[in-house]
Structure formats: C-alpha cells, structure tokens
Design a protein. Structure first.
Length: 142
C-alpha cells in the first residue's frame, strides 16, 4: 500500500490524528471546516476503501455529487436571504415621499428576484427528487 493514493476511513481519535477547526473563514460559516494532520498514523486494512492507487475514483464521484447538490441548495438559500433583505430595505427606504418599493422599477426588480428564487428552488427540488429516484451507484473498475 505504501506510496499509492489511498482512500480510507480514520477514526478522529486514532493515534497520530490531529484535528484543528478553522474558525476565521470568509463566506458560508455553517460548514464545519477543519485541518486534519496525520503523524505516523497507522491505517488498518479494514479501514481501506477500494483498491490502493484508485482512491480518487472511489471518493470523487460521491464528493462531487453531494458537493454540487449542497452548493445548489446553499445558493438558493443565499438568494432567498437577498430577496428578503432587499424587500425589507425597499419598504423602509423612502424617496420622493414614498417607500421605494412603491416605485415601479424597484418593485419590478424585487419581483424578478422572487421569480429567480422560485426557479432556483424548483430546480434544486427537481434535482433532489431525481437523485432520490436514481441513487449514485458505487464505482466499478471497467
């Protein structure tokens, strides 16, 4: 096994494993992001996933697939926050003695944002339903 890329599962409390949470991050803060260090960590045979040398082929399809789904839903959530914040601000901000939401162009912009939000959520829902109907299958060597 030595020298070949290896996909494996290591217990977080295994000897030689050090996990340090990264706190000062930009962007989404809901993710638990950490630095993982391995120092003379032994890998048991039962912890190996797939065959040595084919680590990426075993792990990448799952990581990419679920990463894409998570990014899509996170983006839809971010868009929702933008729509809600924009509508609240436009209701409070005044111009020409009226809340700016009462001006046609501002109302149209916020309405278009709402339509985009609805489309994004429906696309995410459709993708999630398709994913549930056809689960990702394990990789097999050709």
């Amino acid at each position: 096994m030595e020298g070949k890329p290896l996909a494996c599962i290591i217990r977080s409390n295994a000897p030689g494993v050090k996990i340090t949470r990264l706190e000062d991050l930009l962007g989404f803060r809901a993710a638990y992001v950490s630095r993982v260090e391995f120092n003379d960590c032994e890998i048991r045979q039962e912890d190996v996933i797939g065959k040595p040398g084919l680590a990426l082929a075993y792990v990448a399809p799952y990581g990419l697939h679920y990463g894409r789904m998570s990014t899509a839903w996170s983006s839809a959530g971010l868009l929702r926050a933008c729509v809600e914040t924009s509508a609240a601000y436009a209701s409070q901000r005044r111009a020409f003695d009226l809340p700016i939401i009462d001006h046609g162009m501002i109302r149209q912009i916020i309405t278009d944002m709402g339509v985009d939000l609805e489309a994004a959520q429906l696309l995410c829902l459709s993708a999630s339903m398709a994913d549930d109907a056809i689960p990702l299958k394990p990789w097999k060597k050709p």
